[in-house]
Design a protein around this ligand. Structure first.
Ligand SMILES: N[C@@H](CCC(=O)N[C@@H](CS)C(=O)NCC(=O)O)C(=O)O
Length: 205
C-alpha cells in the first residue's frame, strides 16, 4: 500500500489531502520531523515522504503531487493533462515550493537565517519572512481573481499544495487573509470539502 509520512499541519498536508481525494487505499504515518524513524525513509528528516509498496520512496512535495496526479489520472487532479496544463501544474508546484513555502522558513526557523542569537535579530528575520509571505500570497491572490481553482482545468493537486501555506499565512499575518479575498475564498472552498475535513481531523487526532 502507498504510505505517506506526515507531520500534522506541515506541507505534507497537501499530499494527505490529495491521497484522500484520490480515494485509493493508503496508509498515513505520523512522524516527528528530524526523527530517526523519518530519516530512515528520507535522510533529510523532512516531510512529506511517500513510499510505494515495492519500497520506492519519493520526497519533495511538488514531485510527489505531480507523480500522484499522473499516476491516478482518473481522479482528474492534474488540471487538464495536455502539454500546457502540465506546464501550468509544474509552474504552480514550483511556485509553492520555491516562492511561497520558502518565504515561511525564516518565519518558522529564524535561527537558521542569522548567526546573531539576540531576540532583536531573530525578530528582524521573522519580519523579513512575513513581508515575503505577504508578497507571495499577493501573487497567488492576483492569480485567483476570477478563478475558482488555481488551474483553469479545475480542482487539482496545486490547490491541495496551497492549502497548508494559506493556513500558515492566516495564522501568521497580523491581519490574516483580510487583504487577500481570493485566497480567503480558496481557503474556505477547501476547508468546506469533506475529504479535507477528514484529513484535518485525522491530523488533529
Ligand atoms: N523542499 C521540501 C521541503 C520539505 C520541508 O521543509 N518540510 C518541512 C515541513 S513543512 C519539514 O519537514 N521541516 C523539517 C526540517 O526542515 O528539519 C519539500 O518541498 O518537500
Amino acid at each position: 500500500m502507498t504510505t505517506l509520512f506526515y507531520s500534522p499541519g506541515a506541507c505534507s498536508l497537501a499530499v494527505h489531502i490529495t491521497l484522500e481525494w484520490i480515494g485509493s487505499p493508503y496508509e498515513a504515518v505520523r512522524v516527528k520531523t528530524g526523527s530517526a524513524e523519518l530519516k530512515a525513509v528520507n535522510p533529510s528528516g523532512a516531510v512529506p515522504a511517500l513510499r510505494e509498496d515495492d519500497g520506492w520512496v519519493l520526497t519533495q512535495a511538488g514531485a510527489i503531487l505531480e507523480y500522484l496526479a499522473a499516476k491516478h489520472g482518473g481522479a482528474r487532479l492534474d488540471g487538464g493533462g495536455d502539454l500546457r496544463s502540465r506546464a501550468e501544474l509544474h509552474r504552480w508546484c514550483s511556485f509553492m515550493t520555491s516562492d511561497l513555502h520558502a518565504a515561511f522558513w525564516p518565519v518558522f526557523m529564524p535561527a537558521r537565517y542569522t548567526t546573531d542569537s539576540s531576540d532583536a535579530a531573530r525578530a528582524a528575520v521573522i519580519a523579513a519572512g512575513l513581508a515575503l509571505v505577504r508578497k507571495q500570497i499577493g501573487v497567488l491572490d492576483a492569480h485567483l481573481a476570477g478563478r475558482e481553482w488555481i488551474l483553469d482545468g479545475g480542482r487539482s493537486v496545486a490547490d491541495a499544495y496551497a492549502f497548508p501555506m494559506i493556513r500558515w499565512a492566516r495564522a501568521k499575518l497580523d491581519d490574516g487573509l483580510v487583504a487577500f479575498p481570493h485566497v480567503q475564498a480558496l481557503h474556505d472552498r477547501l476547508a468546506a470539502d469533506p475529504a479535507v475535513q477528514t484529513v484535518l481531523e485525522r491530523e488533529r487526532g
